[in-house]
Design a protein around this ligand. Structure first.
Ligand SMILES: Nc1nc2c(ncn2[C@@H]2O[C@H](COP(=O)(O)OP(=O)(O)OP(=O)(O)O)[C@@H](O)[C@H]2O)c(=O)[nH]1
Ligand SMILES: [Mg+2]
Length: 356
């Protein structure tokens, strides 16, 4: 399977143009003097973050990105023109690493944010720069500098407010298709979703938020079982998890057991990656309960377990729409609360308060 959330590319900035050695030899001007111009600067390679892209797919088919070199200097005091920069557009949420050293160079989180990924070489100096009182005819110029070259690893981490997690086939994609305009593939088998989907949920009369549906998790995911956990990095940066459970026909499955298995996978991922997943607020919903009698039984049977933990709990049907509006309002509340707490922490950190 081709992953489109990680690519390695090669970037080459342009070389600087060479300085020129030339002398004026014009009729009626016996002592011409040096006239070699400077070389132009090589073009930079820039990474530009844009909201217009949502994957790194375009970069998969093209590995090498070169900016133009600067022109060489010429006679008659003419400087070489600078080389054109090369812009590479990447989706917002792209993290850029130096592939050789592993160093994080930039986290492009805003539309229009720019990283100078490789600097163009400076142009060389032409011999007009070297004329002195004692050296009237300098026979030298300097060469242009080489442009920088790097191997970069780009990693896309989606920026969403809510990350939907859960076993395969529980109805995560069905839910995102109900609450937003996203139209992911939905089917009655595990691992229908192979890469993350984003959707904007707009509950009535309140702020909209971005929801990410990621491929399903199974026991052992942190060791690579199923599609593994590589998609978890996408939800590392979400504020809130919406954990979807289901009333499954499989006799060995139980919603609470499923819940604990997934939380355990998150814990193992957290341990191995040093990320911070378990401290995020969670909202739980048991899906596929369009039968209202069944929904009530579900509420009684599973509700207390989550209420005791202080976790907001809903019994829903993504298919019929049952209970989706209250679920969205609660997600909105939890998000607002989380943003408020973050703001308070920031204020505590630097001890100042400046009204926005
Ligand atoms: N009865 C019922 N079926 C549902 C409901 N929501 C989803 N389904 C069905 O469950 C199956 C899986 O739905 P998906 O939305 O593809 O599930 P998913 O969690 O995205 O699955 P993966 O992408 O494989 O992880 C489909 O056949 C859906 O029609 C629901 O509320 N009620
Ligand atoms: Mg899916």
């Amino acid at each position: 399977m081709h992953l489109i959330d990680e690519v390695v590319i090669q970037v080459y900035a342009g070389n600087g143009g060479n300085g020129c050695i030339a002398f004026r030899r014009e009729k009626y001007r016996p002592r011409g003097g040096p006239s070699g111009g400077d070389g132009g600067r090589g073009g930079d390679v820039l990474l530009v973050a844009t909201n217009d892209l949502s994957t790194l797919l375009d970069l998969r088919y093209r590995r090498h990105y070169k900016a133009k070199s600067g022109e060489h200097g010429r006679g008659k005091d003419q400087h070489g023109r600078g080389g054109q920069t090369r812009e590479i557009r990447v989706p917002v949420g792209t993290m850029v690493y130096n592939d050789e050293t592993g160093e994080l160079l930039a986290d492009l989180v805003e539309d229009g944010q720019i990283l100078v990924a490789a600097k163009g070489g400076r142009g060389g100096l032409g011999n007009i720069n070297f004329k002195t009182a004692t050296r009237q005819a300098p026979e030298y110029a300097t060469p242009g500098e080489l442009g920088e070259e790097f191997t970069l690893r780009l990693e896309l981490k989606l920026l969403a407010d809510v990350g939907i997690i859960g076993f395969p086939n529980v109805g995560k994609s069905t839910l995102i298709s109900k609450i937003s305009k996203a139209r992911p593939k939905i089917a009655d088998y595990a691992f229908t979703t192979l890469s993350p989907n984003l959707g904007v949920a707009a509950p009535p009369r309140r702020d909209s938020f971005v929801v990410a549906d990621v491929p399903g998790l199974v026991p052992g995911a942190h060791q690579g079982v199923g599609l593994g956990i590589r998609f978890l990095r996408h939800i590392e940066r979400t504020r809130v998890f919406l954990h979807i459970l289901e009333l499954s026909d499989e006799p060995e499955r139980d919603p609470i057991q499923d819940y604990e298995i997934i939380m355990n996978e998150l814990a193992l991922y957290e341990e191995s990656s040093g990320s911070d997943l378990l401290s995020k607020p969670v909202v739980v919903a048991i899906n596929k309960a369009e039968d209202l009698e069944l929904a009530e039984i579900c509420e009684e049977e599973y509700g207390p377990y989550f209420h005791e933990k202080g976790i907001p709990f809903f019994v829903i049907s993504a298919k019929s729409g049952h209970n989706l509006v209250p679920l969205l309002h609660t997600l909105g509340d939890v998000l607002e609360q989380d943003k408020k707490e973050e703001l308070e922490e920031e204020v505590e950190d630097d001890g100042t308060w400046s009204p926005v």
